[in-house]
Design a protein around this ligand. Structure first.
Ligand code: ATP
Ligand code: FE
Length: 371
């Protein structure tokens, strides 16, 4: 049994073939790094065009790497949300056409569920229930995963996600964004003093599991303005003194951004144990989970509470096709899939896209306790 997974929800065009016993047979990916460098973010119509240019090649490459033909596949999985509608449309249209021609079942995947479930591909002994922290460019989520498709949401961000805060800070600091804002910031932070700028930890005294990064982003902006760093002057042209200050701001931002995660995880562990005392693992995934300081600090928090920390390897934390294919396998096993699209489905058929799609039910007791 093997599933082709397709991912086009944001700025990466990804495909992969994964088997039911967890072998990654083939992968391919095209990233839109240039768009991020030039426009400072994802421009939906441009991103759609780039997906459309790459999708056929990426799917073919993943299959070729797996030494497989479309007819060898058992099913097609594709991200149907959350994400940018025109981008999702490219992946879903491609997935439907392969499924239609080859009479294959289709699985519509939740992008954030795929980020979470990929932990079970790496760790075959990871059983439900477990706690999940998802930290990425667009989301900050704390969940109890009870089963495939069954989640209790403990907290989310009330404004920005941590990945966005990393990206914004990296930009304000004039870092080289070609490898991504988060990785660039993590690298320069190694040279900085993490306690040199006393940024306030968000929501310290609030009794819920929600996140907020807008205030921290603003504190960083004010610090940069008061130090008169010119974001248009790249690091490579800055004086040694200027460079040290940028490193200090980066390290201080990173320390506080992660302290906020630590606070929320501690609280989430208490809440999760009330929902189900048998939880024994914290899964941390999404692009920011590839950050080494995040891994170390959350490793200490889980140890303190007698839990095991599970982080997928960095290449499976950021967007990838493997996680979508694997989410497809998890659903297929439970018999959750759609039949192949009708043979005469028109090219402009209605597509089930879910640009906004909440993962799981909100933990009601948590909401009332937080008041
Ligand atoms: P979402 O999953 O919410 O839809 P996305 O798919 O765009 O958003 P991911 O690819 O999962 O996001 O993660 C990308 C984010 O992870 C970016 O904000 C990026 O800066 C951040 N990131 C990647 N590596 C690191 C790192 N080493 N340290 C901090 N942040 C990182
Ligand atoms: Fe993602």
């Amino acid at each position: 049994v093997s599933v082709l997974g397709i991912e086009t929800s944001c700025d990466d065009t990804c495909a992969a073939v994964v088997t039911a016993d967890g072998r990654i047979l083939g992968e391919a990916q095209v990233s839109q790094a240039n768009m991020l460098v030039h426009y400072g973010g994802v421009v939906p119509m441009l991103a759609q065009e780039l997906h459309a240019q790459s999708i056929d090649q990426v799917v073919e490459e993943a299959l070729a790497n797996a030494r497989m033909l479309q007819t060898d596949l058992s099913a097609i999985a594709v991200t149907i949300g959350p994400g940018i509608s025109p981008c999702l449309r490219v992946g879903v249209t491609k997935a439907r056409s392969i499924a239609r021609v080859n009479r294959l079942p289709l699985i519509g995947v939740h992008h954030m569920e795929a980020h979470a479930l990929v932990a079970r591909l790496m760790e075959h002994k990871l059983h439900f229930p477990f706690i999940v922290l998802l930290i990425s460019g667009g989301h900050n989520l704390l969940l109890v995963a009870q089963n495939v498709g069954q989640y209790v949401q403990l907290g989310t961000t009330v404004d920005d996600a941590i990945g966005e805060a990393f990206d914004k800070t990296a930009r304000l600091l004039g870092l080289d964004l070609r490898k991504g804002g988060g990785p660039a910031l993590e690298e320069i932070a190694l040279q900085g003093n993490p306690t040199s700028f006393p940024f306030a930890v968000p929501m310290r005294n609030q009794k819920h599991c929600n996140f907020s990064y807008a205030g921290l982003k603003n504190q960083v902006r004010l610090a940069i303005e008061s130090q008169k760093i010119n974001e248009n002057a790249p690091m490579s042209l800055a004086s040694a003194e200027d460079r040290q200050m940028r490193a200090d701001i980066a390290a201080s931002f990173q320390r506080v951004a992660i302290l906020h995660l630590e606070d929320r995880c501690r609280r989430a562990i208490d809440w999760a144990r009330k929902i189900d005392p048998t939880v024994s693992c914290l899964v941390v995934s999404g692009g920011v989970a590839s950050n080494n300081v995040v891994r170390t600090k959350l490793g200490a928090v889980t140890k303190e509470h007698g839990l095991q920390l599970i982080c997928p390897p960095p290449r499976l934390c950021t967007d990838n096709g493997v996680m979508v294919a694997w989410a497809g396998i998890e659903h297929l096993r439970l018999g959750i899939f759609d039949p192949p699209p009708h043979l005469d489905e028109p090219a402009d058929a209605w597509l089930d896209l879910r640009p906004r799609w909440q993962l799981g039910e909100i933990y009601a007791e948590g909401v009332s306790k937080a008041r």
